[in-house]
Design a protein around this ligand. Structure first.
Ligand code: HXC
Length: 268
């Protein structure tokens, strides 16, 4: 689908996306690139990074892939530094890396719980912390009148409670807290905006493949306000809105992009 935004709204910006090589992260990488940004994508799997980078290059988007695991501090440090070394600065950090699996609380080991907390929550904090010095208004290579921008990909499942998702619910609740607290501290001190997006069920993603059996998928249509799954495009458009100047007064919020689904319930 064609973008409703002008192609230059992120012109000259440099974005680093964790989990940027696949799923929602890759669609955000692509749309940021199509709207003028240079893109560094971080991920654990070289083959995924390689094919993502060639897809971006084929669209004429300046892009590099950087192998790394957000759970490792040294990887975070190396990847942030390599992004700045390659593109000269950093304007935007997107935390899209996440881990997930369905398991009852009873069957989830403490290490399984910790694994998802480490990827989603601690990983997000680590990346933000490492990126901070580059995102400041006067960060290396930046000559902007405002600080940079951080986008954290969250979820809606912790607004109520979700079966077999205690680890992810806890992790995404922590991500939302990071979004608000960093927006307060870094917005005040450095004019860095920190926002989140909470996607609903998005078609053709690992999350949907892992978490939503086909049969629930079709039943949900009976009570979904917009009667359909979202597309990765919907999340990327929201990300563009928040990252661009259109969102310059938005800070500390997590934008729900789910067609109203989290509000809904079966009719009877
Ligand atoms: C129960 C499990 C499990 C499962 C792993 N564990 N999978 N427990 N059921 N299906 C437990 C293990 O037993 C182990 O605990 C601990 O978790 C670590 O497992 P590892 O396999 O060593 O972890 P690792 O290889 O690091 O893999 C991380 C992962 C994996 C999260 C388990 O799925 C992954 O890498 N995922 C990344 C991609 C992904 O899932 N993306 C989807 C994002 S979708 P013990 O105690 O045995 O040592 C998304 C949507 C959220 O985030 C919103 C939804 C609405």
């Amino acid at each position: 689908m064609e973008s409703p935004f002008k192609a230059n709204i992120l012109k000259g910006k440099v974005a680093l996306l964790t989990g940027g090589g696949s799923g929602i992260g890759f669609e955000i990488s692509t749309q940021f690139g199509k709207h003028g940004a240079s893109v560094a994508i971080m991920g654990r799997r070289k083959s995924v990074l390689d094919s993502a980078v060639s897809a971006l290059h084929s669209l004429g988007i300046p892009a590099i892939g950087l192998e790394g695991d957000v759970r490792k501090l040294e990887d975070a440090q190396r990847v942030v530094a390599a992004t700045v070394k390659h593109f000269g600065k950093l304007d935007i950090l997107v935390n899209a890396a996440a881990g997930n699996f369905l398991v009852s609380a009873e069957d989830l080991s403490p290490n399984g719980f910790k694994t998802v907390m480490d990827i989603d929550s601690v990983g997000t904090f680590t990346m933000c912390h490492e990126a901070l010095k580059y995102l400041k208004k006067d960060g290396p290579g930046r000559s902007s009148s405002s600080g940079g921008f951080i986008l954290n990909i969250s979820a809606t499942l912790h607004y109520t409670a979700s079966w077999y998702q205690i680890h992810v619910s806890a992790a995404k609740a922590a991500v939302d807290a990071l979004t608000r607290n960093l927006a307060l501290e870094w917005g005040t001190d450095y004019e860095i905006r920190v926002n989140g997006i909470a996607p609903g069920p998005i078609g053709d993603t690992t999350g949907m493949r892992k978490l939503v059996p086909q049969e629930i998928n079709s039943k949900a249509r009976d009570y979904m306000p917009l009667y359909k799954l979202g597309e990765k495009w919907d999340i990327a458009m929201a990300a563009l809105y928040l990252a661009s100047d259109a969102g310059k007064y938005i800070n500390g919020t997590t934008l729900i992009v789910d067609g109203g689904l989290w509000l809904s319930q079966p009719r009877d």
